[in-house]
Design a protein around this ligand. Structure first.
Ligand SMILES: [Zn+2]
Length: 220
């Protein structure tokens, strides 16, 4: 990790300690969850059914990528604000609960390329998975999906798909251990669906389709 990022991480960790009970959005202290009721009200939850199917695999999205959810995701991804993982997983969990899915899942998430994680100092999706795992009691599997090449941010749907192709690899040994399990593939945002679809394709090639996808947000 770069020294600059390390210092930034320590500094933000320190700030997080002081402002532990303040709303990350408005700064008010009327909350224990880092997101006050007023700011939570601004979150636009989506309907409680799958918003898309890809190869018969349901993809649920909890909210619209807008306002407070957008701010929280950006804090976590770009501003080293690790504490934002907590309100984001709370949002994800409050949506997930209402889906009434009775299965016992294993949580997986799109990994980032090792250089990217090193630059940021953490994988933001792992932080969300960790919090979500505390809320659901589902176990996380960190080794099942590997990112084998970096992806640049792309804005056109066609480019995104091309760019992400061949980026992931499934650890087959790990998959064998999970043969009878159900996977809950979580992600922060879905735009074109390219990332999730690419990962699903990797699993389908290995004849595994016991997957449900759940994203915190979805772009309009
Ligand atoms: Zn607030």
């Amino acid at each position: 990790m770069e020294l600059k990022n390390l210092t930034k991480n320590i500094y933000n960790g320190f700030l997080d300690m002081i402002y532990k009970k303040k709303c990350l959005i408005c700064g008010c202290s009327k909350t224990d969850d880092l997101l006050c009721k007023t700011c939570l009200k601004d979150v636009q939850f989506l309907s409680y059914f799958a918003h898309k199917f890809y190869e018969k695999i349901p993809i649920y999205s909890a909210t619209i990528y807008d306002k407070n959810v957008k701010s929280l995701i950006q804090m976590l991804k770009f501003k080293h604000k690790k504490s934002a993982a907590k309100p984001l997983s709370n949002i994800l969990f409050s949506y997930f609960k209402k889906l009434n899915l009775k299965d016992d899942y294993i949580i997986v998430y799109p990994p980032s390329f090792f250089i990217k994680s090193a630059q940021r100092g953490y994988n933001h999706m792992f932080l969300i998975a960790k919090e979500f795992s505390k809320l659901t009691d589902f176990k996380i599997n960190k080794n099942l999906i590997k990112k084998i090449k970096p992806t640049k941010p792309q804005y056109k749907v066609k480019d995104r798909r091309k760019n992400i192709k061949g980026s992931f690899k499934i650890n087959q040994k790990e998959l064998l251990k999970l043969k009878d399990k159900k996977l809950l593939l979580i992600d922060d945002i879905t735009t074109s669906g390219a990332t999730l679809e690419e990962i699903i394709n990797c699993f389908l090639k290995l004849n595994f389709n016991n997957i449900t996808c759940l994203t915190i947000s979805k772009t309009k």
